[in-house]
Design a protein around this ligand. Structure first.
Ligand code: GLN
Length: 190
C-alpha cells in the first residue's frame, strides 16, 4: 500500500485476509519491492503533494506504464484518473485510467452515505461506504464498469488498473481485494 497518508491500515488488513503480504510504500525503494499497489483514500491534494516530496511520482508513473497492477480507492481513484474536475490547480493525477472524476462530486447534502452494491461477478451485495467520494463524469471506451450506483460508475477497471469511488477496505469484506489480487496475479497462477 502507498502509505504516505490516508486509510492504508484497513487496506493492509483486507489484503492480509485476501492472502497477500502487504508492505507500506513510502520510498522508491519500497515501491520497487511491491508486486502490486493499493492507493488508499485520504486527501488527494495532500497525497499528490506527498508523491512529489517523497520523489515517488516518476517511479510510480514508470511502474504504472509497465503494467503494475494497482487498486485506487477514493482519493486513490482521483490520483489515477486522466482528468480531475474541481481539483486544486496544482493537483496532478497519474492518468492511468481513462476517467474524468469530480472531487467531492456527491455534494454537501449526501457527502457520506452507505448503500448495498451489486458488483459484477460477486454474489449478493457488497457494502458500499462513500465518504466525500469522487463522482465519475466520463468513462473512456476501454473502461469496464464493474459496479454502479444510480447509473454512476463506482467500481471501474481498465487493464491492470482497478478504481473504486467508495471504501471497500472499511466494509469488513475482503472480496474486492481478493478479486484485485486474483486478476493481478492470474497469469502467475497459470
Ligand atoms: N474528497 C477526498 C479528496 O478529494 C477523497 C475522500 C476520500 O478519499 N475519502 O481527495
Amino acid at each position: 500500500m502507498l502509505a504516505l497518508q490516508g486509510a492504508f491500515a484497513s487496506h493492509a488488513e483486507m489484503l492480509g485476509e485476501a492472502g497477500a503480504t502487504p508492505i507500506e510504500v513510502r520510498t522508491a525503494g519500497e515501491l520497487a519491492e511491491a508486486d502490486a499497489l493499493v492507493m488508499p483514500g485520504g486527501e488527494s491534494t495532500t497525497m499528490s503533494m506527498l508523491l512529489d516530496i517523497a520523489e515517488l511520482r516518476a517511479p510510480l508513473a514508470g511502474r504504472l506504464a509497465d503494467g503494475m497492477p494497482v487498486f485506487g480507492t477514493c482519493a486513490g481513484m482521483i490520483l489515477l484518473a486522466v482528468n480531475v474536475l474541481d481539483g486544486r490547480s496544482d493537483q496532478r493525477s497519474l492518468g492511468a485510467i481513462d476517467l474524468d472524476v469530480r472531487r467531492n462530486g456527491y455534494g454537501r447534502q449526501v457527502d457520506s452515505f452507505e448503500t448495498d452494491l451489486v458488483v459484477d461477478g460477486l454474489e449478493g451485495t457488497f457494502p458500499g461506504i462513500f465518504i466525500r467520494s469522487p463522482v465519475v463524469e466520463r468513462i473512456g471506451p476501454d473502461v469496464e464498469v464493474v459496479a454502479e450506483v444510480e447509473g454512476r460508475p463506482v467500481l471501474c477497471r481498465q487493464g491492470n488498473v482497478l478504481v473504486a469511488s467508495f471504501h471497500p477496505e472499511l466494509a469488513g469484506d475482503a472480496r474486492i481485494h481478493r478479486r484485485f489480487l486474483e486478476s493481478a496475479f492470474a497469469s502467475d497462477a497459470a
